[in-house]
Design a protein around this ligand. Structure first.
Ligand code: DOR
Ligand code: ZN
Length: 348
């Protein structure tokens, strides 16, 4: 029996589109289903200034399929030299939606990120004043801290002190991976803290990454944690709590860069995210809450209108065939394989 659900068109509140050949190949994958996406600025070199964001936005618009209404919501990459006035101008003009904080060395292309959080005080205060949200890669980089503990340590050592010191600053904890993160987000009752959750962190735990052979296409940062954390993320995403919303963190790397002795972090999920989410929400008996997670909670946090058109997902009688990889002029990019059959597909 086929089953159908319709949703207000979803948005992706955390997306990597890259640049050049990869941008041209992956942009249509997100534009097909999503209305808007928060675009990560970790290019090489990073998107630091308003002028750089404007130029990058033009390259994204040019990579959309003809007739696409997909809207990139730009972010600036926070550095210790970021000029608060540049942020304020770019935000006031509507060019930039948020600023992204990468602790230096935490992940892909984060070398220009922040080492000394005191040096970005002025920018954070300006952002609180003008209502510009801060998107946070929440992992400490202290080599003494185990990689599986880095999110929890970040909350105590960095995030909570920043939020206490900067009242009113609106923060999104990006790609939450732990129960500790879920619990911390739930302590916020004043609308200043939200969190994105990726599709892949609802599906894989660290066993999927490491048992029976290392699976480079399941390696991402923050790295997938124990099963109890995956279950906490599932509970949060499917709870209807508006503090949690979809940010796929779809992060394309070519297969050559993933299947390597030092493989890059990132799962590429843009192509099949919505059918996978329908599968997860159905498993949790929460299909009626998918629209909140994918289409309503994000705009509410960012103070933007919801999309007005709708998409439909159908559960067919036979498994949906997704492409195994997307071809780019730089080489193939493997599409995230959940490891089980998915019967959902997006209509049209
Ligand atoms: O897995 C990830 N990939 N995590 C990040 O934080 C960065 C991203 C990327 O840019 O590849
Ligand atoms: Zn990311």
């Amino acid at each position: 029996m086929s089953q159908r659900v319709t949703l207000l068109r979803p948005d992706d509140w955390h997306l990597h589109l890259r640049d050049g050949a990869v941008l041209r190949a992956v942009c249509p994958e997100s534009a097909r289903h999503f209305g808007r996406a928060i675009i990560m600025p970790n290019l090489v070199p990073p998107v630091v200034t308003g002028a750089e964001a404007e130029a990058y936005r033009a390259r994204i618009l040019a990579a959309r399929p003809p007739g696409s209404g997909f809207t990139p919501l730009m972010t600036l990459y926070l550095t210790e030299d970021t000029d608060p006035e540049d942020v304020a101008r770019a935000h006031a003009s509507g060019l930039v939606t948020a600023v992204k904080l990468y602790p230096a060395g935490a992940t892909t292309n984060s070398a220009s990120g922040v080492r000394d959080f005191d040096r970005v005080r002025g920018v954070l205060e300006k952002m609180a004043e003008i209502g510009c949200p801060l998107c946070v890669h929440g992992e400490v980089t202290d080599p003494e801290v185990d990689i599986f503990d880095r999110e929890a340590a970040f909350i105590d050592r960095v995030l909570d002190p920043i939020r206490r010191a900067t009242p009113g600053l609106r923060v999104v904890m990006e790609h939450l991976t732990t129960q500790d993160g879920v619990e911390y987000v739930k302590t916020s009752r004043d609308g200043t803290l939200g969190a994105t959750i990726t599709t892949h962190h609802l599906i894989i735990n660290r066993n999927h990454l490491l048992v029976g052979g290392i699976r480079p296409h399941y390696y991402c940062l923050p790295v997938a944690k124990r099963e109890e954390h995956r279950l906490a993320l599932r509970a949060a995403a499917t709870s209807g709590d508006a503090r949690f919303f979809l940010g796929t963190d779809s992060a394309p790397h070519t297969d050559a860069n993933k299947e390597s002795a030092c493989g890059c972090a990132g799962c590429f999920t843009a192509t099949n995210t919505l059918p996978l989410l329908a599968h997860v929400f159905e498993e949790e008996g929460a299909l009626d809450r998918l629209e909140g997670f994918a289409s309503r909670h994000g705009p509410a946090f960012y103070g933007l209108p919801e999309n007005t058109d709708r998409i439909a997902l159908t559960r067919g009688a036979t498994p949906t065939a997704f492409p195994a990889r997307i071809e780019t002029e730089d080489g193939p990019v493997t599409v995230f394989d959940p490891g089980f059959e998915v019967y959902w597909r997006v209509d049209g």
